[in-house]
Design a protein around this ligand. Structure first.
Ligand code: PBG
Length: 348
C-alpha cells in the first residue's frame, strides 16, 4: 500500500496539471489541539505511581543539602514527618527511607543494621505514628552500616553470599518489627528473597510486601546516593560487580526476576531506570507482575544539574522522564522528583 495518495486528474482531455501528492494518513490531526492530544494519550502519570526516596540523619530540625543532588536534602526525623505529610496530601503512596548513618557506628559486619533503635527504625516508627495511611519502604543491604561500604559481609576481600543472607534476614525482621510495610532488598545476594520471605512467614509477618531489587545493575549512576548516605569514602576504589549485574546483559535480568518471583517477591524493580527501559518493558511483558523502576541518584543529578544551569527546562524534562517509565510498562517509579512531580500534577 502506498503511503502517498493522488488527487484525481481531469478527464476532459485537457492536459492535467501534475497531481499534487498528499499524505493518505494525517497523523497530525490527533495532535492539533490540546483536547485531541489529551483524548488520544495512551499513558498517564499520577501521584499514585510515585515512591519518594528520602535520606535521613540524626538530630533535630536540620536539613542538610547534598551537593551532587541539587534540591535534595538529608532530613532529620522531625522534618521527615513534616515533609512526608505534604507527600501524603499530594497522593504519594509510599516513602522509602535511606539512613546517613553516623560513621562512628559503621563496622566491618554492619551490626548497626540490626539495632532496633537505629536511624531507619526510628524513622519508620515516627512515620507510622504520624501518618498511618502512607506506606513505608525500607531498603535491605548493609552498605549504610559497613566500614567497607559493601552490601554484604566481606571475607578475605570477597562479599560472601550465604552468611550475608543470614544478616539481611535479620535486618529485614528488625525493620519490619519497627513497622516497615515494604521490604526492598537491594543487596543482590542469591536466594535472599526466599530466605526473607520464609523468615517473615515464620515470624507471622504475613502481610509484609517484598519489592525485590530484582534487576539491579553495577552502575555509575549510584554515585550521588553514595555521597548522600556517606558510603563513597568507605567503598573507596571498590565496586559491586561481583553481585550487581553487568550493564551488558538483558536476558540475565529476566532470570533474576523469575527467581525473585518464584522466591516470593510481590513486586519487582529494575534499577537504574532510564538507561534500562528495555529491561522494564521485557520484565513487564514477560511476567506481568507489578514492575517498578528506580530513577536513581545519578539520573536525578543529570536532570537537576542541567536544569539548575538553565540547560534544560527542568519541569518538562522531569515529567517527560517519569512518563517514559509508564510508557515502558512500569507500574510506578521511585524518584527523588516524586514530590515536585506530584505538585506539578496537582497543578501547583
Ligand atoms: C544500597 C543501595 C544503593 C542504591 C539504593 N540502595 C547504592 C548501591 O547499590 O551502591 C542507589 C540508589 C540511587 O543511586 O539513588 N545497596
Amino acid at each position: 500500500e502506498l503511503p502517498i495518495g493522488r488527487l484525481s486528474t481531469k478527464k476532459d482531455g485537457a492536459r492535467a496539471a501534475p497531481a499534487p501528492a498528499y499524505p493518505a494518513t494525517r497523523m497530525r490531526r490527533n495532535r492539533r489541539h490540546d483536547w485531541t492530544r489529551r483524548l488520544v494519550a495512551e499513558n498517564t502519570l499520577t501521584a499514585g505511581d510515585l515512591i519518594w526516596p528520602v535520606f535521613i540523619k540524626d538530630g533535630t530540625n536540620e536539613a542538610e543539602p547534598i551537593a551532587s543532588m541539587p534540591g535534595v536534602e538529608r532530613l532529620t526525623i522531625d522534618l521527615l514527618v513534616e515533609r512526608a505529610t505534604e507527600a501524603r496530601d499530594l497522593g504519594i503512596p509510599v516513602i522509602a527511607l535511606f539512613p546517613a548513618t553516623d560513621p562512628r557506628l559503621k563496622t566491618d559486619d554492619g551490626d548497626e543494621a540490626l539495632n532496633p533503635d537505629n536511624l531507619v527504625c526510628r524513622g519508620v516508627r515516627a512515620l507510622k505514628a504520624a501518618l498511618p495511611d502512607i506506606g513505608v519502604l525500607c531498603d535491605v543491604a548493609l552498605d549504610p552500616y559497613t566500614s567497607h561500604g559493601q552490601d554484604g559481609l566481606l571475607r578475605d576481600g570477597h562479599v560472601v553470599n550465604d552468611a550475608s543472607v543470614e544478616v539481611l534476614v535479620q535486618q529485614s525482621l528488625n525493620q519490619v518489627e519497627a513497622g516497615c510495610d515494604i521490604i526492598a532488598p537491594s543487596d543482590m545476594m542469591d536466594g535472599r528473597i526466599g530466605a526473607i520471605r520464609t523468615a517473615l512467614e515464620q515470624a507471622g509477618h504475613v502481610d509484609v510486601a517484598l519489592m525485590a531489587y530484582a534487576a539491579k545493575y553495577a552502575s555509575a549512576f549510584y554515585g550521588p546516593f553514595r555521597d548522600a548516605v556517606g558510603s563513597t569514602g568507605n567503598l573507596g576504589k571498590g565496586d559491586k560487580r561481583t553481585y550487581q549485574m553487568d550493564p551488558a546483559n538483558g536476558d540475565e535480568a529476566l532470570r533474576e526476576v523469575a527467581l525473585d518471583i518464584a522466591e516470593g517477591a510481590d513486586m519487582v524493580m529494575v534499577k537504574p531506570g532510564m538507561p534500562y527501559l528495555d529491561i522494564c518493558t521485557r520484565v513487564k511483558q514477560r511476567f506481568g507482575v507489578p514492575t517498578f523502576a528506580y530513577q536513581v541518584s545519578g539520573e536525578y543529578a543529570m536532570l537537576a544539574g542541567a536544569a539548575e544551569r538553565g540547560w534544560l527546562d527542568g519541569e518538562r524534562a522531569m515529567m517527560e522522564s517519569l512518563l517514559g517509565f509508564k510508557r515502558a510498562g512500569c507500574d510506578g517509579v521511585l524518584s527523588y522528583f516524586a514530590v515536585e512531580a506530584a505538585r506539578v500534577l496537582k497543578g501547583g
